[in-house]
Design a protein around this ligand. Structure first.
Ligand code: MGD
Ligand code: MGD
Ligand code: MO
Length: 680
């Protein structure tokens, strides 16, 4: 569930879930599950859960609703989408998704394709797409840290695994490797739990990841610590990379990153000496305009040390025999997508197939590159999740039509014309981890029946699809999608459920036979396609994400809470009890200078906006850095103010003025800020 992929054992009485625990046979979690997982059944029975479709009756965002039937909700949604298509063309509707949960993500892309719109709007600009696509351009695949085989060293880079377990990289597996003798090196501005256990912790200045990686490459090249045989045979542009990293001696990098030169040398030597080493990276490398450079530099690091596609290194996880993504989403029906999508106008990197929220909002607000007037969103809460929440608010005000499918009312659902109540993962048959590039899919069979008015997203999309595109392209029953995915494996969905999961074969060093799937057939330390695509050929550090600003002397970062998923679940009592208020981590010295005490409300301000959280004093970060909690709004707040997204939400402080060219990524971390407070 969520991002985890944890196998769960669920106790059921009647139609009620009474107990949840980790399944010892779970392929990824081996019995572990987080607290958020154990209390997840509270989502189903919560009194505020949406249970019937709603139609807006007051002004948009006023919080006045009328309950309507599913038939009416689907008809009105379809009618509005068709009307917009007739007036402005199919591309004038954006289909919004958030973090992928199950197969619904891909059914939505299919709906967009069949409707005729190239515009699937998603937070992939700040979530995995930079890592995946940069990986593909550099080495032909998405290099995932192999937590399943012995390794000598884990380099954990901007990834808070004990809280986030991102995409099924469950921390227990990493800890297993550490117990087995692997060294642990952590690169994170905060002394996270795993930093406490680490052999070496590099508390870098936020936003300087490319410089640190280049500094490590400098040491490895200078001291000749790289894997000569691999570099010789399987890389392209090594001499250029060596020349490039000459400009990043540890002493210079220390000034940029705040990490002492000796520690940079030590980390580089440790990583290079470990055979193999796995690099587990997180969101932090893609939460800045320099994402492409940071990730390129890290893939180069993996490559020159011979850690790509080896057991215990960073692997090319091979899919089991299941239906491919392209056929599933019917990519064939929209051949011009790449040229037509909003992002094309902004010159984004080839292979990025979603539209960055920053570009989507330009289309709605300024008609650039063409007008967009409709939005269908599910599994997403853009009002809080996208950088620059005020701009998002303006965008939702300007759209002609907005439909949102969710479990609960949210600030985004509050801005809709039609709200569609969905079934929870426990209330439908589904498949997890499809399309994530981890080489494994999980069965998520239905455990209990949903409330009568709640439909699985897949069913909603299937019924909507029949109304806005050729009905014969949609199955009669949405569960046919589940069968489609596993049919190539020779299984029915039921048989798949019996197995629990399907995994591709462990195969390493495929390059020895076939080379790498890049234009040169090698790992492209220098990108051979750089000229053609207007990309920089070699990784570089082109400056801080945002310039230093004497009026805003602190640097703001954020880190996800283990008790919530982004903006979700603040309405779940047992989670909220653990974290009743949004908090910002502040070093005691900094707090003292501002006269701020632990627990006091403080205003955090950047050039782009201000918001309020409560101080949590900790010496686990540099006095020049503060770390806020992302995703906050208040389910108990004022419906007419869309549940107070304007109070404590980090994305009031971010902006989309400056974007990374490759993915349209804004700066979410490393923002110059200041503290005003305490406030009563
Ligand atoms: N409980 C929980 N689990 C989640 C999620 C959730 O919201 N809640 N979200 C899921 C999703 S969609 C994702 S993408 C993953 C993300 O999982 P992670 O990648 O772990 O996400 P974050 O918490 O954003 O950031 C990780 C770490 O980056 C550090 N950091 C901040 N700035 C910098 C920097 O400039 N450089 C470096 N090197 N580090 C920095 C932070 O201190 C933090 O410890 O988690 C998934 N799992
Ligand atoms: N400043 C800042 N901004 C960030 C980040 C950050 O670290 N800092 N992280 C970024 C990242 S990595 C990501 S992935 C995005 C996340 O962005 P989103 O995915 O948009 O954020 P969520 O808050 O998880 O919103 C998910 C919504 O889906 C609903 N939901 C849950 N299950 C279902 C379901 O089965 N069906 C439907 N229809 N709805 C469901 C939940 O109730 C919730 O309202 O945010 C990004 N934004
Ligand atoms: Mo994410």
């Amino acid at each position: 569930m969520d991002h985890g992929g944890c196998g769960l054992r669920v106790g059921v009485r009647g139609n009620e879930i009474v107990r949840i625990e980790g399944d010892p046979d779970g392929y990824l979690n081996r019995g572990y599950t987080c607290f958020k997982g154990r209390v997840s059944a509270e989502r189903l029975t919560h009194p505020d859960r949406l249970k019937q479709p709603l139609k807006r009756v007051g002004g948009r965002g006023e919080g006045k609703w009328q309950a309507i039937s599913w038939e009416q909700a689907l008809e009105e949604t379809a009618e509005n989408l068709r009307r917009i298509r007739e007036t402005y063309g199919a591309r004038a509707v954006g289909f919004g998704v958030g973090m992928p949960k199950g197969l619904e993500h891909f059914v939505l892309i299919r709906l967009a394709n069949l409707f005729g719109s190239p515009n699937v709007v998603a937070s992939q600009d700040v979530c995995h797409a930079p890592r995946e696509i940069t990986g593909v351009h550099t080495c032909g695949f998405y290099p995932v840290a192999d937590l399943h085989h012995p390794t000598e060293l884990m380099l954990l880079w901007g990834s808070n695994l004990t809280s986030t377990h991102e995409e099924g990289q469950i921390a227990v597996q990493l800890l297993e490797r550490v117990k087995g003798g692997a060294k642990l090196v952590v690169v994170d501005p905060r002394r996270i739990e795993l930093a406490e256990k680490a052999d070496l912790w590099l508390p870098l200045r936020p936003g300087t990841d490319p410089a640190l990686a280049l500094g490590m490459l400098h040491v490895i090249c200078e001291e000749s610590l790289y894997d000569k045989a691999f570099v010789e045979t399987y890389t392209y542009g090594f001499e250029d990379l060596v020349r490039q990293v000459k400009a990043y001696p540890p002493e210079r990098v220390a000034e940029i990153t705040w990490v002492p030169a000796e520690q940079i040398r030590r980390a580089a030597r440790m990583y290079a000496a470990a055979k193999p080493a796995a690099l587990q990276w997180g969101n932090a490398v893609e939460h800045s305009v320099n994402a492409f450079d940071a990730i390129r530099a890290l893939v180069c690091l993996m490559a020159v040390c011979g850690n790509l596609d080896v057991s215990g290194g960073n692997v090319n996880a091979r899919d089991p025999k299941i239906m491919g993504l392209g056929p599933f989403v019917r990519a064939d029906l929209i051949p011009d997508k790449r040229k037509e999508m909003i992002g094309a106008h902004h010159g984004i990197i080839p292979r990025l197939m979603t539209v960055a929220p920053a570009f989507f909002r330009q289309a709605v607000l300024k008609d650039v590159p063409y007008p967009v007037r409709g939005f269908y969103g599910m599994c997403t809460n853009p009002m809080v999740a996208w950088a620059d929440s005020r701009r998002t608010f303006e965008t939702f005000k300007r759209l002609d039509f907005v439909a949102v499918a969710d479990l609960f009312m949210t600030p985004t659902a509050a801005m809709a014309d039609i709200v569609l109540p969905v079934a929870h993962q426990y209330e439908m048959n589904d498949i997890g981890h499809y399309g994530l590039g981890h080489g494994v899919i999980f069965a998520r069979p239905k455990i209990v029946e949903p409330p009568e008015g709640c439909w699985p997203d897949m069913k909603i999309l299937n019924e909507l699809g029949k109304r806005v595109s050729s009905p014969e392209l949609w199955p009669e029953d949405h569960e046919a999608f589940l069968e489609d995915v596993v049919r190539p494996a020779g299984l029915t969905y039921r048989q798949f459920v019996e197995r629990g999961y399907l995994k591709g074969p462990d195969r390493f060093r495929a390059y020895e036979e076939k080379g790498f799937s890049t234009p040169t057939g090698k790992v492209e330390l220098r990108l051979s396609t750089a000229g053609k695509f207007g990309l920089t050929a070699l990784p570089e550090f082109s400056g801080f994400p945002e310039e230093d600003d004497p009026d805003y002397p602190l640097l703001l970062i954020s880190a996800k809470s283990r008790y919530f998923l982004h903006s979700s679940y603040r309405w779940i009592r047992r989670l909220r009890e653990r974290r009743p208020h949004p908090t910002v981590e502040i070093h005691p010295e900094t707090a003292a200078r501002h006269g701020i005490g632990d627990g006091e409300r403080v205003v955090i301000e950047t050039r782009h906006g201000a918001m309020t959280q409560r101080a949590r004093l900790t010496d686990g970060l540099d006095p020049r850095v503060i770390c806020a909690s992302p995703g906050w709004w208040f389910p108990e707040g004022d419906p007419a103010r869309q549940y107070d997204w304007g109070e404590a939400n980090v994305n009031l402080l971010t902006s989309v003025e400056k974007l990374g060219r490759e993915f349209g990524t804004p700066n979410l971390k490393g923002l110059p800020c200041r503290l005003l407070g305490p406030r009563t």
